[in-house]
Design a protein around this ligand. Structure first.
Ligand SMILES: Cc1cc2nc3c(=O)[nH]c(=O)nc-3n(C[C@H](O)[C@H](O)[C@H](O)COP(=O)(O)OP(=O)(O)OC[C@H]3O[C@@H](n4cnc5c(N)ncnc54)[C@H](O)[C@@H]3O)c2cc1C
Length: 466
């Protein structure tokens, strides 16, 4: 029987969590995924006892939804929590590393910033409030409030780490809603930073998660594989959605299942596939919305894992890792000290770095051949870290159009999707291009989507029986 309560399109973390939650609530669910395996941007590999990540490296525990999921799945024993220093990120400037934390005291004490920039932290509160608009870029917002140096030595590397994005295109309100909200709430960004930290320290403000960085003993894929196990019999892999239409009682989804066409019907559908992938599907989506989805930029990424003998690495590794400055044109933008953060994922005596490059301003790197990429990364890393030997292992993944960009058109995009969903009850468009790009955001948003869909299905049942 090809009739379901809900069809979930896409088997990344967003689709898996949505399907799992709906199934757990007693709904008849089917998830369709184009690839042989689920997981999407989460991909871990075990090579001789070391667990390498090529997609998401870890989860920041910022939402209670993460805890609930871990508890429901009964996988608490597999969770790894990074140490106290894991929030420390170092900016590489002129071949020296500087620790900068997004708090006025840390910035005022940092030798990376000039007196002029530090002065801006005192006068920012006298600036007029910014208008409430998605069209303000990270570049113009930060430059105006905290100056060019803060933009180039802090925000740009930070935006590069999370979005692999361009600060002149990212929207401050869409890409950094928490930073933006501080100014809205306190009238000043700097006052907001100080006050919110004071409230957290005094216990007055309770973050909904622990804020800690987590992973799993067998890597991030352990989470997606556990969800797949829980959804046994409710996933169709190798099934690419090619057509979506409306029916009298809901929706019809056609997939290409390894060359064979299959048709499924459902009362509700949630798409969690990439925006440009949804735009490719032949569907009843209006041309305007298809154009909007196609207009969402995605950054291409190169992810490299390198492991060395611990004794060959002379620099003391502390904290999360390194972020580079765009103007210095380093071959990579982020280096994560993977084996320092989660030593239980690696063999003793091994130091592992996970390195990301590419991004919206450097897609050309994907065209280089793998050996060329390894060579430039290893040379630079040896230089920064004082490494004397050659790598024990090197692995690489090139990911085209991997990370959605929260750019200035975000507000319009979100509005068009909401309008569409209102006109088409039971059809939902989700995924990491809406409401937060991180794995943690994806889990939180998928949990909320499942609650919304479950309510829709219950209301439908109630209305049918009355
Ligand atoms: C390199 C990289 C590093 C990252 N690092 C971190 C990190 O350290 N921490 C963090 O919190 N976040 C990180 N992220 C972000 C986070 O991993 C993603 O945002 C999140 O995993 C996205 O999940 P998703 O399910 O929304 O989308 P995706 O994972 O993109 O899943 C979409 C799924 O839809 C499937 N699909 C596409 N088209 C079709 C179709 N027509 N029919 C059926 N299926 C289809 C795809 O095959 C895929 O499985 C990283 C992302 C990348 C790419």
């Amino acid at each position: 029987m090809n009739y379901y309560d809900t069809l979930v399109l896409g088997g990344g973390i967003s689709g898996l969590v949505t399907a799992y939650k709906l199934n757990r609530a007693g709904n008849n669910v089917l998830l369709v995924e184009k690839n042989l395996n689920c997981g999407g941007s989460i991909e871990s590999f075990n090579v001789e006892g070391n667990i390498y990540e090529y997609g998401a490296h870890s989860i920041i525990h910022v939402s209670s939804a993460i805890n609930s999921l871990i508890e429901e799945l009964n996988i608490e024993d597999s969770v790894l929590i990074a140490g106290e220093n894991s929030y420390k990120k170092f900016i590489l400037k002129d071949n020296s590393l500087y620790y900068v934390f997004l708090h006025p005291d840390s910035i005022l004490n940092s030798p990376i910033f000039s007196f002029k920039t530090k002065l801006k932290f005192f006068v920012e509160k006298f600036l007029p409030r910014s208008k409430d608009d998605y069209s303000i870029t990270v570049e113009s917002y930060i430059k105006k409030r905290l100056g060019n140096e803060f933009l180039r030595y802090f925000m740009e590397p930070a935006a590069s780490e999370v979005y692999a994005g361009d600060v002149s295109r990212l929207s401050i309100k869409a890409a950094y809603p928490k930073i933006y909200a501080l100014e809205k709430e306190y009238g000043s960004l700097v006052t907001g930073m100080k006050e919110s930290l004071k409230k957290i320290n005094s216990g007055e403000l309770k973050p909904s998660g622990s804020g800690k960085l987590i992973s799993f003993k067998d890597g991030m894929s352990f989470l997606t594989k556990t969800l797949v196990r829980k959804l046994d019999g409710k996933i169709q892999n190798l099934s690419e959605v090619i057509d979506i239409s409306k029916t009298q009682n809901g929706y019809c989804v056609t997939v290409n299942n390894a060359g064979e066409t299959k048709v499924f019907y459902a009362k509700s559908v949630i798409s969690t596939i990439q925006a440009y992938k949804l735009a490719e599907v032949n569907s009843f989506l209006p041309a305007g919305l298809v154009k909007t989805l196609n207009g969402i930029n995605y950054a291409s990424i190169v992810a490299v894992n390198l492991s060395f003998k611990k004794n060959d690495v002379r620099r003391l590794l502390e904290g999360y890792g390194i972020l580079t400055i765009a103007a210095e044109k380093k071959p990579f933008r982020t280096v994560i000290y993977s084996s320092e953060l989660f030593p239980d994922k690696y063999n003793p005596g091994t130091t592992v770095f996970t390195i990301y490059s590419g991004g919206i301003n450097n897609p050309e790197i994907l065209e280089l051949d793998e050996e060329e990429i390894f060579e430039s990364f290893i040379l630079e890393l040896k230089n920064i870290m004082g490494i004397k030997g050659d790598p024990l292992f090197k692995g690489i993944r090139k990911m085209k159009r991997a990370l959605p960009q929260y750019e200035t058109g975000y507000g319009e995009m979100d509005k068009s999707i909401i309008n569409f969903e209102n006109l088409n009850p039971g059809f939902y468009i989700a995924g990491n291009f809406r409401g937060g790009i991180s794995t943690g955001d994806s889990i939180k948003n998928a949990t909320e989507s499942a609650i919304k869909i479950d309510k829709y299905l219950k209301d439908l049942k109630f209305n049918e029986s009355n």
